[in-house]
Write a protein that binds this ligand. Sequence first.
Ligand SMILES: Cc1cc2nc3c(=O)[nH]c(=O)nc-3n(C[C@H](O)[C@H](O)[C@H](O)COP(=O)(O)OP(=O)(O)OC[C@H]3O[C@@H](n4cnc5c(N)ncnc54)[C@H](O)[C@@H]3O)c2cc1C
Length: 351
Amino acid sequence: MQTEFLIIGQGISGTWLSYYLEKTNKSFIVIDNEQPNSASRIAAGIINPVTGRRIVKTWMIDELLSFLVPAYEELGKEVGIKAIDKKSLIDFHPTPQMKIAFDERVKEKADFLFQPKDQWQYQETFNYDLGFGEVEPCYVVNLKEILPAWRKKLLSNNQLLEENFEIEELKHSNTGITYKNMKAEKIIFCDGINSSQNSFFINLPFALNKGEVLLIESADIPSTNIFKKGMMLTSIGSELYWIGSNYLWEFQDDQPTEQFRKQTELLLKTWLKVPFKIVDHKASVRPANIERRPFVGFHPTYKNVGLLNGLGTKGCSLAPYFAKQLTDHLIYKKEILPEADIKRFSKILTR
Ligand SMILES: Cc1cc2nc3c(=O)[nH]c(=O)nc-3n(C[C@H](O)[C@H](O)[C@H](O)COP(=O)(O)OP(=O)(O)OC[C@H]3O[C@@H](n4cnc5c(N)ncnc54)[C@H](O)[C@@H]3O)c2cc1C
């Protein structure tokens, strides 16, 4: 079998890379083993444009938003789903200091931050005593439907192999790569945390980060907003809500823990005034890295071996933008943004 590009992984990175490659009419095959607890299958899909105690804009957010909103809408149209929802985030002030910080940022006319018209409008649903600020616009990406819908399309075009990729079977040379009975010009790893163990990229400064979530059912929580108090709470379907997450740099395994379940249940009991039922508990590991910048591009020595990874906590906002950059680099030799290009690690990658 002959193809131009072999893509490993169909999480949000592999989905967007295959989406843009398809637009160029280049041939490609995706190999994905559909791990049920891969990061893209556990994430809520929230895009929050601000971060931190100072509530500042996240990296490149203006540019990313103007790119990603139409991109998700287009992808959704193509596979017949609503791929992205615009919502405002109701940020319940956790401490008096955080309330002051929010109020000051609103006075400074910081982008995305607003005072609500009515501080107490959610009193029937939530316990809170310091009011809230609003962050707008935020988005929720419909990962639950995007990944299977795109997968179905790849399968019907014979562009997806549902199997485990075994790196021991990969042979590479200056002219291309061979994998089992397949020949390709290039291979691109979009395999999330697995790239951190892959001999080509093991020297990159991955800093994997575990997160857990609960799924709850409730008939009484508004589905129109994202709510935040320590954790994020958002609707992911009829009467189903996602609440998470924690961020663990040190962990034993990728399994859900009793400790997270108990802590989060306690938070929900004190925060929510309405009944809820826990229906699931999941955990996954984020392909994060020390610099908090993506890993995009080709290995400086093995020039046919590429990567779209390192998306950390921001897969939904970074994946479409950098998949497009990688595609433009592949097809038109355009430069990848230096802060994202793995060329910045040439020294350690050639060690
Ligand atoms: C608890 C939690 C909450 C999160 N919430 C958000 C959020 O709200 N918003 C946001 O933007 N981001 C969020 N993230 C981060 C986001 O999930 C990641 O940045 C993103 O999913 C990474 O996508 P990826 O495609 O690079 O990797 P992955 O999602 O890990 O995808 C890798 C794919 O490769 C496949 N694969 C791996 N190895 C092989 C192999 N050997 N053979 C075949 N297939 C293979 C896997 O099955 C998988 O399909 C969250 C993450 C976690 C853990």
